[in-house]
Write a protein that binds this ligand. Sequence first.
Ligand code: COS
Length: 382
Amino acid sequence: MALDAETRDQLVDTVRRFVSERLRPLEASVAEANEVPAGIIGEMRDLGLFGLSIPEEYGGLDLSMEDECLVIFEMGRTSPAFRSEFGTNVGIGSQGLVMFGNDDQKARWLPGIAAGTTVTSFALTEPEAGSDSAAVQTRAILDGDAYVLNGSKRYITNAAKAGLFTVMARSNPDVKGGGGVSAFLVPSDLPGISVGPPEKKMGQHGAQIHDITFDNVRVPVQNRLGEEGEGFKVAMQVLDKGRLHIGALCVGVAERLLADCVAYAGERKQFGQALSNFQLIQAMIADSKTECMAARALVLESARKRDSGANIVLEAAAAKYYASEMVGRVADRAVQIFGGAGYVADYGIERLYRDVRIFRIYEGTSQVQQLVIARETMKRGG
Ligand code: COS
């Protein structure tokens, strides 16, 4: 649902102030501790950030995709680890339930998800099924009133905090590919579930990813999301929305980096004048600005198209592809403009440079996005 312009502007403004006053001062310490403080997560709950995309009847803000992107542009102006705390509840962890859940499933889980008291994770990726997500091997075999899950999932964001997983598993071993896969709502406290230690990562310290193992986990039949065999399509449609959200996040981080570059180039003097006077520095700033504007426009246009109910498979892939590649270039130029200061930890530029690298990989690599864009373009005839 679209908010009226005034309420929307107030929300965006509140998030902007929260980011600059509460989150930015904590960036270095959160990366160092590899953890977002509980008090900050509480403030995020109070602001309603966990429920941005959850329908109002379940306690969420029910934002349109366009409004969600406007909020996420602001969240991008700080370490992406902060957004990760509520990102799964807004995006891939909850949207299968929002789009395909029945009334009972929604009533049971969405209020906690909107409030942030239940954290969700999206469990698709496996050791042998990354980009080839239709190849999932985790089994879900029907046995009386329950499916019995066996297998493992890899690099699952927020798995250790989650109360609920959306799990894609093969319910029909005779059907290879996506058609044999179903989606399940799996409470994390069911017997037989174990979550591994957090992975040591290149960046986004403070955000955690883990493996999950399912050992004869009995998931009640009523926890199946959608019909048998629909799980791959559930996952793809969840990812379509997720990719717009990640595109918006990339724009936010890029705009933050650009603002840092402009401030630094204005202060730093070499050859007797500010860096900003040098045309080779200006060229880098011009390129980053133009690319930020292009990505912002692409993300918003794609979001509006989703809000209109249109098919956005191509648009979501293009927005995520362009914005994630773009923020990589902007981060690289930022290191260059800061010079030695961009390479040492004190200025935070090298941290963001590492943080943005995953954007070209998770929720579909750039190469997967290229495949999707090419297929859809050919399907649409241009
Ligand atoms: N919305 C609805 N349906 C979709 C869809 C979408 N976005 N994408 C695919 N489908 C459907 C197709 O229409 C097809 O249906 P039919 O069998 O009825 O024709 C079915 O799903 C299989 O689609 P497709 O043939 O495109 O599947 P592929 O195995 O070729 O895989 C890619 C396609 C590679 C695009 C997909 O596996 C993918 O997105 N991989 C990356 C996964 C990812 O992002 N992982 C990150 C994990 S979360 S951090």
